[in-house]
Design a protein around this ligand. Sequence first.
Ligand SMILES: O=C(O)C(=O)C[C@H](O)[C@H](O)COP(=O)(O)O
Length: 204
Amino acid sequence: MQAVETIMRTGPVIPVLVIQDVAHARPVAEALVAGGIRVLEVTLRTSCAIDVIREMSAVDGAIVGAGTVLNEDDLDRAVDAGAQFIVSPGLTKGIARAAADTEVPLLPGVANASDIMRGLDLGLNRFKFFPAEASGGLAALKALSAPFGDVRFCPTGGITEATAPQWLAHPSVLCCGGSWLVGPGVPDTAAIKARAQAASALRS
Ligand SMILES: O=C(O)C(=O)C[C@H](O)[C@H](O)COP(=O)(O)O
């Protein structure tokens, strides 16, 4: 297992994936990897998500994790399917302990100073800033970075290809998350690859 920091530094954007049909898993993962995006967050929002993690994990070059992990049971199911990292919209002691016990990298969501302090108490200092735009946007992140100078973030929620560069320019930001790379429905793999190429070039 890689450290969560390594995963965050693999590329500038982590695509947040909501895959409705397991048949779409491989073509989507292949298109993203072909476009230079290797770290893939499969949200546990669909009934096939666990099978999607399994399928995508078989794609060469893909580093597949689970998102929308809400409890220890979700975490266990995702890890059993091959998830190499775990993303959660929030932070609970249960998830932090389960991730530590399983030695799976965890990227838990924080939205304010108290969330960050709870994370620090649990030995964590790499977080998803979620929901990034709705929680005050870049101005809020800049303000939070002042007292928490060693903390690094993956802002997610409301970020687009157009706004990602502003977030990535902040020194506390290692990468951004976003759903814009893969839309709903039957995947247009050429378009996904093109968006992945644009995303992977965002900070170079
Ligand atoms: O379900 C989760 O755990 C999530 O990760 C929520 C996602 O981060 C946001 O839904 C990002 O979506 P956009 O705002 O469309 O980029």
